[in-house]
Design a protein around this ligand. Structure first.
Ligand SMILES: O=C1O[C@H](COP(=O)(O)O)[C@@H](O)[C@H](O)[C@H]1O
Length: 240
């Protein structure tokens, strides 16, 4: 695994660096293959990145967009990760509808929805269990508590190793999330985190010894892939 930590002066520089890196990964991959698979993070941090991507002159027919986690709400709910990415980016570009792969949130039982998306991923990538699909790029955020995707501290989702998708839980509410082994299979994982409130969790995540059950982002280390941590100075100035 190649791990790179880069600290940018401020949030604007962080987004500019994230944009440049995502574009580099897309163009390099498309030189060698016909399509590029990306899994998106939600929350507030990546929104300006998605807005910036919306004005890039890419061949969107070659980009396949998935989500790494989703709140279990309808796609038009203000909390929906899909909604945020569509408003900021996907609704503004000429991307074929078939290239957008949102997590389903319409099953009465979220476990059924998790199984549906798991089946969809396996079918789309043509990968059967026990192997995992390999994403070209997975974008991740990190919450103040050290969670990533919807892998929250001290939850059962952290230990799921036989599926691509599982049900996470935040304050008693279900979410859908990529599992740790699926994320760790990726060719490239980019964490993007900003703000002073992330600093205590980052300290735990970057320390040589620590508790991954308390700080789930520690679990992400793709053995055959690249791992980037892009931070603004408020979050990361003491780590490089
Ligand atoms: O709930 C979530 O939070 C994390 C971090 O979000 P941020 O607002 O601190 O950027 C995000 O990565 C995840 O996708 C999302 O569902």
């Amino acid at each position: 695994m190649q791990k790179l930590v880069e600290v940018l002066a401020d949030k604007q520089a962080l987004i500019a660096k994230s944009l440049a890196l995502v574009l580099e990964k897309i163009t390099t991959s498309l030189d060698q293959q016909d399509y590029f698979t990306i899994a998106l993070s939600g929350g507030s941090t990546p929104k300006p990145l998605y807005e910036a991507l919306s004005s890039q002159p890419l061949d969107w027919s070659k980009i396949q967009v998935f989500w790494g986690d989703e709140r279990y709400v309808s796609p038009d709910h203000p909390d929906s990760n899909q909604r945020m990415a569509r408003l900021a980016w996907l609704d503004r570009i000429p991307i074929p509808a078939a290239n957008i792969h949102p997590m389903p949130t319409d099953e009465p039982d979220p476990h059924l929805a998790a199984q549906k998306y798991d089946d969809h991923l396996r079918q789309w990538f043509g990968v059967n269990s026990p192997d995992f699909p390999v994403f070209d790029l997975i974008l991740l955020g990190m919450g103040d508590d050290g969670h990533t995707a919807s892998l929250f501290p001290h939850t059962a989702a952290l230990t799921v190793s036989d599926r691509c998708i599982t049900v996470g839980e935040k304050d008693g509410n279900p979410r859908l999330t990529f599992t740790v082994p699926l994320i760790n299979q990726a060719r490239c994982v980019i964490f993007i985190a900003a703000g002073e409130s992330k600093r205590p969790a980052l300290h735990e995540i970057f320390s040589a010894y620590g508790d991954s059950f308390s700080y789930p982002s520690r679990l992400i280390h793709p053995p055959a892939g690249e791992l980037y941590w892009l931070l603004d100075a408020a979050a990361g100035s003491s780590f490089v």
